[in-house]
Ligand binder design. Structure first.
Ligand SMILES: [Zn+2]
Length: 117
């Protein structure tokens, strides 16, 4: 079966290419409104289902990666301390979509992986 209408690949981690679980409200970050999850490689991800809360979702992802230590999260610098990758995401089919332009209303997944120390 090779159907044209669902040719988006199943959601995967951009760091290790493993398939990921559907983001959910988990114990990773109990007070957050953003569904999140973590990959076996150490990356964490947060979904922004509206595609409009990118800044907030990035902070959530970073804080989740820091075990909810927000002070530490804000002290980190992208590059030396962590890597962030953003992918377009279709929550309905749990698949990767092509990213549209900024604030196009499409969902995104924000992945953060801390640099190993
Ligand atoms: Zn991974």
């Amino acid at each position: 079966m090779n159907r044209q209408f669902n040719k988006n690949p199943e959601a995967f981690c951009p760091f290790c290419k493993s398939k990921i679980r559907k983001p959910a409200k988990t114990g990773l970050r109990p007070l957050s409104d953003f569904p999140s999850g973590n990959c076996d490689c150490g990356a964490v991800y947060v979904s922004d289902l509206t595609g409009k809360n990118g800044g907030e979702a990035m902070i959530e992802a970073l804080a989740t990666a820091c075990d909810n230590d927000e002070t530490r999260a804000f002290s980190l610098e992208e590059g030396p301390d962590y890597t962030m990758k953003v992918i377009g995401y279709d929550a309905r089919t749990h698949s990767v979509t092509k990213r549209g332009h900024y604030k196009d209303g499409k969902a995104r997944l924000y992945f953060v992986k801390l640099t190993a120390v």
